[in-house]
Design a binder for this molecule. Structure first.
Ligand code: OSB
Ligand code: MG
Length: 375
């Protein structure tokens, strides 16, 4: 089945979060989300969700930059490349430097389209090997320690297999101490989103090292692979890299330097499913556990995350959790739900395997643009 892409449709929707999500780099209360539809000559279509956030604080990308790059460069380059399979999209877009979230939104839509045309679930089309994935939750910074403990208690009662909390300087050891004294043996990790430095904060990280954490995620700046390697040599807790790894090359550099022992893979951050598979295959070959990270996705992005989490190597619970943790009403049907044992069943429907609620997307749309790929 050869693809003949006819057009790329972009929409921006606005979706309020049920409760604000706070990290070391800021607080999000509502999401502005770029939804991508890739439409084939046959009229069939695939969906992608660009995870670029509102502001350039997680990385350099934003909804607005992603919109510009997608409309002005990604779509036209794709048109000229006349890709016939989803696996060609990554190479076709290689001339565009960075802007991986923009590229991933379109790439993912083409993968969904191709899986639908092939008549099978995206997760199987990508090479997934399990029909159920393990789930954890990411809990943002809270106003008080009591509020944090309440959140942790609720998520554990829901069945989630791993708790991750956000930390930042001044809100770190005290939070971990409070959770550990209440829940001595749960699977617990922390995510600093690059808020620390090797020179200034080694003593804090050494203290965190005493709490039997599953991992410490992205303590230092994204470019600091060398400092992460030095830090990893100082502590027994595995370092997990998120922001630092945007490509297979980064994963290899991190492994060769000893900068981490675990990798968080995000579809948007690495530029799409093809790069996810390259990193995941490298990780399997070198015995590095990986897991799927999240970016406060609505249903389309969540569905793609479920699909990629079925690949070999995704052996740790991901930040892929129920729609209801984020949204009053999702943009897919049914919403993503999590079992009592903290798992999500990979869907059996074709492509992403969830129905996209077009009417709801229409109602939430604040901006739209269509780029035609054939003349
Ligand atoms: O670092 O994993 C991160 C959300 C926004 C930006 C960065 C991160 C996160 C999360 C939330 O941790 C994960 C989720 O979607 O539940
Ligand atoms: Mg992270």
């Amino acid at each position: 089945m050869r693809l003949q892409l006819e057009r790329i449709e972009l929409r921006e929707i606005e979706l309020p979060l049920k409760s604000p999500f706070e990290t070391s780099f800021g607080r999000t209360t509502r999401r502005r989300i770029l939804i991508v539809r890739a439409v084939d000559k046959t009229g069939d279509c695939g969906y992608g969700e660009c995870v670029a956030p509102e502001g350039p604080f997680y990385n350099h990308e934003t909804v607005d930059t992603a919109w510009l790059i997608t409309a002005k460069y990604v779509a036209p380059i794709l048109a000229r490349a006349r890709v016939e399979t989803a696996s060609e999209v990554n190479a076709a877009l290689a001339p565009i430097r960075g802007n991986r979230m923009a590229k991933a939104g379109v790439e993912a839509a083409v993968w969904d389209l191709e899986a639908k045309l092939a008549g099978r679930p995206l997760w199987q089309h990508l090479g997934g090997i399990r029909d159920e994935i393990a789930c954890g939750v990411s809990i943002g910074l809270q106003e008080t320690v009591e509020a944090l403990i309440d959140k942790v208690t609720n998520e554990l009662e829901s069945g989630y297999q791993r708790i991750k909390i956000k930390i930042k300087p001044g809100k770190d050891v005290q939070l971990v101490e409070a959770i550990r004294s209440r829940f001595p043996s749960i699977t617990l990790s922390v995510d600093a989103n690059s808020a620390y430095s090797l020179n200034g904060d080694l003593s804090v990280v050494r203290q965190l090292d005493q709490y039997n954490l599953l991992m410490i995620e992205q303590p230092l700046a994204p470019g600091d692979l060398v400092d992460h390697a030095k830090l990893q040599r100082e502590i027994k807790t595995p370092i997990c890299l998120d922001e630092s790894i945007v490509s297979l090359a980064d994963a290899r550099h991190a492994f060769e330097l000893g900068s981490c022992r675990i990798i968080n893979i995000k579809l948007g951050r690495v530029g799409g499913h093809t790069e996810v598979r390259l990193i995941q295959a490298y990780a399997v070959e070198h015995g590095i556990p990986v897991w799927c990270g999240g970016m406060l996705e609505a249903g389309i992005g969540r569905a793609h995350n479920i699909a990629l989490s079925t690949l070999p190597g995704f052996t740790l619970p991901g930040d892929v959790s129920a729609s209801a943790r984020y949204w009053e009403e999702d943009i897919i049907e049914p919403p993503v739900t999590v079992s009592r044992k903290g798992t999500i069943k990979a869907p059996t429907g074709h492509g992403i395997g969830y129905e996209v609620n077009e009417a709801r997307i229409e109602a939430l749309t604040v901006r739209r643009e269509t780029v035609h790929l054939t003349s």
